[in-house]
Design a protein around this ligand. Structure first.
Ligand SMILES: [Zn+2]
Length: 117
């Protein structure tokens, strides 16, 4: 359950970044020789985004939107050896153990934390 919601949040983040990249004038500088995304693709990505957003608990979604607005990306970050992958602080140990059991946020930057190992 926790994993599922976290995965949805990560998927949402990826879609948001794709949509943001597509709208950016720097799109062509990313390095790929690609033409502008077709309207079909944009529509598909937007639909996908709204479908996924519906599956996320409203409380988490609201929090996600707030963090995305604030940082413009990296909403869901890894805990790397006890450090927050978003703001790099050393997380309190109770916070590290909590994020392996439930969805939790960094006490400093507020990003969602996930645990790989
Ligand atoms: Zn942080």
């Amino acid at each position: 359950m926790i994993k599922k919601q976290l995965n949805l949040l990560r998927t949402l983040e990826e879609l948001d970044l794709i949509l943001k990249d597509m709208a950016s004038p720097d799109y062509k500088k990313i390095g790929f020789k690609i033409t502008k995304p077709t309207l079909d693709f944009v529509k598909t990505a937007e639909k996908e985004r709204s479908d996924i957003a519906k599956l996320i608990e409203p409380r988490l979604l609201a929090s996600y939107e707030r963090i995305m607005k604030r940082y413009g990306g990296r909403v869901v970050v890894q805990v790397i050896d006890g450090f927050c992958g978003g703001c790099y602080i050393k997380l309190p140990s109770e916070c590290v153990s909590r994020c392996s059991r439930e969805i939790s946020n960094c006490p400093n930057c507020g990003r969602f934390l996930y645990w790989v190992k």
